[in-house]
Design a protein around this ligand. Structure first.
Ligand SMILES: Cc1cc2nc3c(=O)[nH]c(=O)nc-3n(C[C@H](O)[C@H](O)[C@H](O)COP(=O)(O)O)c2cc1C
Length: 213
């Protein structure tokens, strides 16, 4: 993992954190355990933090033709059924708007992200809501937020040609306007789980060092 991607918080601690978890194995998930550690680091140092959590393994469905038609209908022309079709997507976007800081944990599945996380991305990328097209092309509308992304893999090294997770997630968050992106990697857990996990814990404590001391 490139240490250049790690930055300390220089502008104080965030107050509103949205946690998103994508592992389909919540009972024994290394990515979720690392997310727990990251949240503990933040929460212990700042009791004022408010955290909302969304498990991407529950409630997520997929966009379909009715959702696309509703999304591409101008908002002031939408019928009640179209508004209803977009309500869940509106809710996911409202969570993002509320958050100052997002913590996303995800494993690599088949070289990419879990389908549930892709479903979430399809719901939150909306023209005129989270991005817009202007004279200079696409512009993200979720400005001034930070995201920490915890990624676990079995055999694939992050930043290798097998990694279709980290670059993709950077692109998606950049696309919606979030430029402060940290990737924390516990990759190659099948090679040496303990070493990979410790490496990720060190990365977390390098970013949020207060409690680690
Ligand atoms: C369905 C599935 C697909 C997976 N595909 C890959 C893969 O393509 N490359 C890889 O390195 N690891 C792969 N893994 C291994 C997971 O990324 C690894 O076990 C990770 O630590 C799981 O995270 P979790 O404990 O948070 O669920 C896969 C695991 C599962 C269950």
């Amino acid at each position: 993992m490139n240490s250049k991607t790690l930055t300390n918080l220089s502008t104080g601690f965030p107050k509103r954190i949205l946690r998103l978890d994508a592992s389909a194995n919540p009972g024994d998930s290394s990515s979720r355990k690392l997310g727990d550690h990251l949240l503990r680091q933040l929460e212990q140092d700042n009791p004022a933090i408010e955290t909302r959590e969304r498990d991407l393994n529950t409630d997520l469905s997929f966009i379909d033709s009715s959702w696309i038609a509703a999304n591409f209908t101008p908002s002031d022309e939408r019928e009640a059924t179209q508004k209803a079709r977009l309500r869940f997507s509106d809710e996911l976007i409202a969570e993002l708007n509320w958050a100052e800081h997002i913590v996303l944990t995800t494993p690599m599945y088949n070289f990419g992200i879990p389908a549930t996380l892709k479903a979430w991305i399809d719901f939150i990328c909306r023209a005129g809501v989270t991005f817009r097209y202007g004279a200079n092309g696409a512009e993200g509308l979720l400005k001034g937020k930070r995201v920490d992304i915890v990624i676990t893999t079995g055999g694939a090294p992050l930043d290798s040609p097998l990694d279709f997770v980290s670059g993709y997630l950077r692109q998606v968050f950049n696309f919606v306007g979030i430029e402060d992106i940290n990737i924390i990697g516990a990759d190659q857990m099948n090679v040496d789980a303990e070493a990979s996990f410790s490496k990720a814990v060190s990365q977390i404590e390098q970013i949020y060092p207060a409690i680690a001391a």
